[in-house]
Design a protein around this ligand. Structure first.
Ligand SMILES: [Zn+2]
Length: 173
C-alpha cells in the first residue's frame, strides 16, 4: 500500500506541496484509492469534487453487495444505463427489470439512518435531500411508464444478506 505522504522528490516541490492543489489531488487519491494521474494535478478543486460525487454515487458498497448477489444467482445485468430515466443502478434488460440501490441518508429512507438530520449547513442539505426524493419519484414513475419493473434496495437492507438474496431472486424470476 502506497504511503499517503508527499510523493515528490524535489525539495522545492516538497516545500510547495502543502500550498497547492496537488495536496487535494494527493489526499483524494489516498482516500479513494485513485492513481494520481499526471493530469490530476492540473484539475481544479471543483472538477475533483465533481468526480468525487460521481464516484460516490456509483460503485457504493451496498450496490456492490446487490451486484454480487444478482451475479451469483446467475443473472446478467448492465450498470448505470444513462439512456433510461434516472440512470438506474442495475438493469436486467431482457427481463425489463431494474434494481435501484438507495443510500438511506441520500434518498431519505424511513429508517434510523435516513432520519438522521444534518446538523450543519441545513439550508444547503435539506433542499438538496428533498430534491433527491423528488428526482427518485420522477425517475420511478418514468421507468414504470416505460414498462420497467422496479425493486428498490435500501442501504440498511444490504446488511441482511440472506434475506436480500431471496428477495432479489423472487423479483428477478
Ligand atoms: Zn434505511
Amino acid at each position: 500500500m502506497a504511503s499517503c505522504g508527499p510523493a515528490v522528490s524535489d525539495l522545492a516541490d516538497k516545500l510547495h506541496y502543502f500550498q497547492t492543489e496537488k495536496t487535494v489531488g494527493h489526499l483524494y487519491s489516498c482516500h479513494v484509492g485513485w492513481p494520481l494521474g499526471p493530469d490530476m494535478k492540473r484539475r481544479s478543486k471543483e472538477q475533483i469534487s465533481e468526480q468525487m460525487r460521481s464516484i460516490r454515487k456509483k460503485d457504493t458498497k451496498p450496490e456492490l453487495v446487490v451486484r454480487r448477489l444478482a451475479h451469483r444467482l446467475g443473472f446478467r445485468f448492465r450498470l448505470h444505463r444513462r439512456d433510461l430515466p434516472g440512470t438506474p443502478d442495475i438493469v436486467f434488460p431482457s427481463r425489463r427489470k431494474v434494481i435501484l440501490v438507495h443510500g438511506c441518508f441520500w434518498h431519505q429512507h424511513h429508517c434510523g439512518l435516513g432520519r438522521k438530520q444534518p446538523t450543519t449547513n441545513r439550508d444547503y442539505w435539506l433542499p438538496k435531500l428533498a430534491r433527491n426524493v423528488t428526482r427518485d419519484a420522477q425517475a420511478e414513475l418514468a421507468l414504470t411508464n416505460l414498462g420497467w419493473q422496479i425493486f428498490v434496495v435500501w442501504e440498511c437492507e444490504t446488511r441482511a444478506v440472506e434475506d436480500l438474496r431471496s428477495r432479489i431472486s423472487a423479483f428477478l424470476r
